[in-house]
Design a protein around this ligand. Structure first.
Ligand SMILES: Cc1cc2nc3c(=O)[nH]c(=O)nc-3n(C[C@H](O)[C@H](O)[C@H](O)COP(=O)(O)OP(=O)(O)OC[C@H]3O[C@@H](n4cnc5c(N)ncnc54)[C@H](O)[C@@H]3O)c2cc1C
Length: 424
């Protein structure tokens, strides 16, 4: 059986509980398909409210993107606020913005309340690689301050960035003290443990192979059937074949991370003195941070084909040394990847099928914090307060043309344009 992806996170995970596979028929209030942050967050919230909850995952809790990610918890949405406002108008845009900020607060509160050991650290920098990036970041910061009073942002010059990071790669950046980073697998496992303690039942190695919608949805698995009143689909980029209407709206895109061997505290702090997370603002971006045991975790590259890039570790090493040439000769201990689910407009895709089947997907690479809110907004909707969940259904979404395989060429064309733009 495939356990967690071979990564630095799997190697440093704690409290990995083993949950049984489902070998029975079950009747619950809510069945959740997918035990990433979205599914675990919903399970926690619902179990705390007294619902009988079953969570199914085809692999292990946290096996998907939630247990592999860069761990960067960042304000806002992947599509950026001005795009969101164009899609839904100023009022709903503002409400959605508030939810993205609440997502950061909720994450910190849950880590604290449930005593989740996940190496939470503060601070995030959006780094500028080109002069036009500085202008974009400045105008972004100004509008977030003026329109929403978001005041934890600071524009940094090249010298200020150099004061915190030993690299010449950036011309400056936008620092946010309210954002930060975590060990994403330990965070996900901690949420799942809290949900289990509140009464949610988890079943691992239990793929949902077919769903029947209706007043009482039925979820079929290889060795048992779950009947429920509400069904939550939280499989995101890994959901395949059970809900084609929503699967057509997202495209799984591979992204990758390499972790160095431990560098020692002093050398690590020379790279990033204040221990913030960093991402540049190219469309195909580099993102990196230090781990609690003083490694550099460096992410980037993408694959649209479903296949990992050839010579992945070498090419990740080149990117890493482009930013930090002083790491020449340092060993890369782990390299891994996973899928993000991106939508055509890069705004998240939440909604319902048939009234009682809820879904939240398409975080477009910006989901560590928002997934937590996605889960609790679904729980709120089931408990009778659907207003905030339903705000997301105001965002218009288009199918990727063709089936799962044919989605790729259209996206590659679009991405080629963005990649070219990265070079300008
Ligand atoms: C390499 C990488 C780096 C990233 N870096 C960042 C970052 O720094 N910051 C950020 O905000 N976001 C980042 N992301 C995105 C972020 O990780 C995701 O948006 C988020 O984790 C999605 O969580 P989820 O719970 O919706 O889905 P997932 O965590 O992918 O969980 C889905 C689960 O559903 C299960 N599943 C699917 N289908 C079925 C089925 N039929 N039956 C049963 N189970 C099923 C899967 O096994 C999986 O465990 C990154 C993603 C990747 C891959």
């Amino acid at each position: 059986m495939q356990s967690h992806a071979d990564s630095y996170y799997a190697a440093s995970a704690h409290s990995v509980l083993d949950h049984p596979a489902l070998h029975d028929n079950l009747e619950v209030d809510v069945c959740i398909v997918g035990a990433g942050i979205t599914g675990c967050s919903a399970a926690l919230n619902l179990a705390e409210r007294g619902y009988k909850v079953a969570v199914l995952d085809s692999h292990k809790v946290g096996w998907g993107a939630s247990g592999r990610s860069g761990g960067q918890m960042i304000f806002g949405y992947a599509c950026e606020q001005h795009t969101l406002k164009k899609l839904v108008g100023d009022t709903v845009g503002r409400q959605l913005w508030d939810i993205s900020i609440e997502a950061l607060t909720q994450m910190r509160q849950r880590i604290d309340k449930h005593n989740i050991h996940c190496d939470l650290a503060n601070g995030h920098l959006h780094a500028a690689v080109k002069p036009r990036h500085m202008k974009e970041l400045e105008s972004w910061a100004n509008s977030l301050r003026q329109d929403y009073g978001y005041d934890s942002l600071e524009m940094w010059s090249k010298e200020q960035v150099r004061g915190q990071m030993s690299t010449e790669a950036y011309l400056g950046g936008l620092y946010d003290s309210a954002s930060g980073h975590v060990h994403p697998l330990n965070y996900t496992l901690g949420l799942a443990q809290a949900a289990a303690e509140a009464g949610a039942q988890f079943f691992e190695y239990t793929p949902a192979t077919r769903i029947e919608q209706g007043e009482h949805p039925v979820v079929h698995t290889p060795h048992g059937v779950v009947r429920c009143r509400h069904l939550l689909l939280c499989g995101n980029a890994y959901l395949e074949g059970i809900a084609p209407d929503i699967e057509r709206k997202i495209m799984p895109v591979g992204t990758y991370i390499t972790a160095t061997e431990p560098l020692g505290e002093e050398r690590a702090r020379q790279l990033i003195a204040n221990n913030m997370a960093v991402a540049d603002i190219n469309f195909v971006l580099d993102y990196f941070r230090l781990s609690a045991d003083h490694r550099l975790l460096f992410g980037g590259r993408v694959s649209y084909s479903g296949l990992d890039p050839v010579n992945l570790a070498d090419s990740m090493g080149k990117r890493l040394r482009h930013v930090f040439p002083q790491l020449k000769g340092v060993k890369q201990a782990y390299t891994w990847g996973g899928y993000v689910g991106i939508t055509m407009n890069r705004a998240p895709h939440f909604g319902r099928l048939n009234g009682n089947v809820y879904f939240a997907q398409g975080f477009s690479g910006h989901g560590i914090a928002l997934t937590g809110m996605a889960g609790s907004l679904m729980a709120d909707a089931i408990a009778g307060s659907a207003e905030r969940f339903d705000l997301f259904s105001r965002i218009p979404h288009h199918d990727f043309p063709g089936g799962r395989l044919l989605r790729t060429p259209a996206l590659v064309l679009a991405m080629t344009w963005y990649r070219l733009r990265d070079l300008l």
